[in-house]
Design a protein. Sequence first.
Length: 510
Amino acid sequence: MGLAQVDTEATISYDEVLAAFDPVMGLEVHVELGTLTKMFCGCATEFGAEPNTQVCPVCLGLPGALPVVNEKAVESAIRIGLALNCEIAQWCRFARKNYFYPDMPKNFQTSQYDEPIAFEGYLDVDLDDGSTYRVEIERAHMEEDTGKSLHVGGSTGRIHGATHSLVDYNRAGIPLIEIVTKPLRGAGERAGEIARAYVATLRDLLKALDVSDVKMEQGSMRCDVNLSLMPKGETTLGTRTETKNVNSLRSVERAVRYEMCRHGAILQQGGSILQETRHWHEDTGVTTSGRVKSDADDYRYFPEPDLVPVAPSRESVDALRGTLPEPPAERRKRLQSDWGFSDLEMRDVLNAGLIDLIGSTVEAGATPAGARKWWSGEIARRANTEAGADVASYALERGITPAHVVELEGLVTAGRLNDSMARQVWEGVLDGEGTPTAVADARGLELVQDDGALEAAVDTVIAANPDVAQKVRDGKVQAAGALIGQVMKEMKGQADAGKAREMILAKLTS
């Protein structure tokens, strides 16, 4: 009797997976360093340049071209290792990783194998419920990026179904740091959340170090998700798959959960997992088979003969340690305390990516509450709906700075504008009409300071609303809000609402 056919693309529910298996993850994050030149040559690294305009004999792998190590890239690698609590090698070297891929011009990648620049570290990750998970770091090593293939003529953008392919070697040779975790066990149902939180925490750390722009959507930071399942009660690791180049936090979590459900279905059918690379499809939320995954021996690593070893002195490492910024998690806690934000307010600020903008605005002289208010309101809405961009990028494009917020808040504090007027002014600033003061002047927005005019408006409103006025006289002070609204209308929004309230209560309750 023949063996039953196993559907390798079937899935079972997440709960079914967790009932029978324990997930084990390994996360490999590739980070393009923000150096001006490539890892082993002087070619530029600017993103988005015309294809094959940032290349030379070295990064094209032409015969006789010799590489030279980028000193800034080595320093960045050491700083990353230190920030990840790693040991820094006193002596390490590069190796050749041999395999064929169309967009790798040399047919080998200059990388590091058994002698990485940084090793044995960890990163503590805060989870959604406030708990902490420690991710053990196996290594952080230096290497170069490959080129980029563009598959044309198909519907998916992948090689299957394409009529032809183009290769852009601009990216070939850009400095990369690959950060590899040890197997992450014990995650259980939170495996996806932990993977997402780890990549998010790592992204924040790398941004604080200013070693990369960590733009996942541009590929300058991407994650390979290794996943396997162990039957409950066993300790032997299962066969893993590697989902390549996942480029968003949400997708990291979704890829983990999907592969868990797919592995579980195969194992429950009595099948075995093929060790392979998988492609993640953002639109459908599934993975598809790529190629059979090689083991280290298949890459035929050997020391790179054209590069001398890297041997950072202890003095240079200590000097780089002194350049490390305050860890992002500690900074967030300090700023939340300094600013007096609630947990919910701080979470909203973080989700909107506003922490640096608010920090700069507070340093420029605004109150924390004012900075949060003006950055998270209309400008955030416009950035999302008009440009699909983050607030910082949108503000930079429009020339809007923390100084604008400080000036706007100053107009309110000085009593020239009320909150309603300030919102109109801010909209004018966002529309490119000038500074807050210029917009207020041009639109004729200014609170009426004439108490006589205000009192006349109050008397008119009280006379026109006897029923409401009587409620205030009878002790229902909240009814004064309706009268204040009428006063604001009478004065075309240019009355001081606080003064109007005081005047109304003085006339009706004294």
